[in-house]
Design a protein around this ligand. Structure first.
Ligand SMILES: NC(=O)c1ccc[n+]([C@@H]2O[C@H](COP(=O)([O-])OP(=O)(O)OC[C@H]3O[C@@H](n4cnc5c(N)ncnc54)[C@H](OP(=O)(O)O)[C@@H]3O)[C@@H](O)[C@H]2O)c1
Length: 307
């Protein structure tokens, strides 16, 4: 198939281009002009900023993809400028998605597969949730509420896309090379410096996902006819009380110190406090059934903090 990967320089996008080519597909990499030198080896490389509608229409129509993959975020800016990272990512999820879908339709594509997140659910009784759980669009933190609303808009656009078949992949918290949780990533640095304590009982649940599994699930989604939203997560959702001490030990850092849960938002910010104390895990049963995918790394216990 002719496939276009938007976000082809990214943690997932870059290896995804190679994985799709290995499967025999003709793959076009869409990159921003200023990032061209970081483009992966591809059958075609085209340039556009996704927030520039005209440029995107022309770049996508030049390679006439049958399937378009959306892997664009600005989260890499997080270490330097979190406000810009979240603001631009929200624009990529709303305007960028709308532009990409228009370009995909105009170029005659039949299918769009887009990146979303598996950790945006609203509070619920169950510890591990399926895809029907409502999103936390009214989270008390304005920044997180804005992020979740942008995620919800991306999902609405992709799943309500008329003749273009839409698939949303809600990735778990990524670990592995290039991610926040890599040995050289921001989370690892914080843990080694003793800056990531364990609040309260550390009862917030995280569903992790190795980058290799994100790539493999995306290949499966591109080749499948399944539509809908799918949690792409490992099989081992775990509370912070388990994964954080394990991660600290794997990194050779100090054991995380305990702090009272109600100190966490002030010390860590609302989102991190929520992740460590109250977040829900995400069940991957639907992705297994509908996409015929299963994680090669079923548990973070086998590799988190090791690469
Ligand atoms: N995914 C999440 O929800 C999440 C949450 C927290 C932290 N993180 C961390 O953030 C990192 C990012 O992972 P990721 O796969 O989401 O992102 P990524 O690796 O930064 O890839 C994002 C892709 O989007 C492209 N892009 C950005 N702005 C664009 C624009 N205006 N037009 C066209 N393309 C644009 C980037 O291109 P350029 O190379 O040109 O910039 C890049 O190819 C990982 O380390 C992850 O652990 C992710």
């Amino acid at each position: 198939m002719r496939i276009l990967v938007a976000g082809a320089t990214g943690v997932i996008g870059h290896p995804l281009v190679g994985a799709l080519r290995e499967r025999g597909h003709e793959v076009s990499a869409l990159v921003r002009q200023e990032s061209r030198e970081r483009a992966p080896e591809a059958d075609h490389v085209v340039s556009a900023d996704a927030l520039d509608r005209e440029a995107l229409l022309s770049a996508v129509s030049a390679v006439r993809p049958e399937v378009v993959v959306h892997q664009m975020t600005a989260l890499r800016l997080m270490g330097d400028d979190p406000v810009a990272a979240f603001g631009l990512t929200a624009r990529l999820r709303t305007e960028g998605t709308a532009n990409l879908m228009e370009a995909a339709r105009a170029a005659g594509a039949g299918r769009l597969v887009a990146q979303s997140i598996a950790f945006a659910a609203a509070p619920a009784e169950e510890l591990v949730l399926d895809e029907d759980a409502p999103l936390y669009v009214d989270a008390p933190d304005p920044g997180w509420a804005a992020t979740v609303r942008a995620v919800a808009e991306l999902e609405r656009l992709v799943l309500d896309s008329g003749p273009l078949a839409g698939t949303v992949l809600r990735y778990g918290t990524l670990y592995g090379p290039g991610t926040l949780y890599a040995r050289d990533g921001g989370a690892a640095q914080a843990v080694r410096a003793g800056h990531l304590p364990l609040p309260g009982k550390g009862a917030g649940i995280t569903s992790f996902l190795h980058v290799e599994d994100a790539v493999a699930a995306t290949v499966a989604a591109v080749e499948s006819e399944a539509t809908g939203a799918f949690h792409v997560t490992d099989d081992d959702p775990a509370p912070a009380a388990q994964w954080l001490p394990h991660y600290a030990q794997a990194l050779g850092g100090p054991a995380p110190r305990s702090i009272p849960a109600d100190h966490a938002p002030q010390l860590l910010g609302w989102f991190l406090a929520h992740q460590l104390t109250a977040a829900h895990g995400a069940a991957n049963d639907r992705a297994r059934t509908a996409l015929g995918w299963k994680p090669l790394r079923p548990s973070w216990r086998e590799g988190l903090g090791e690469e």
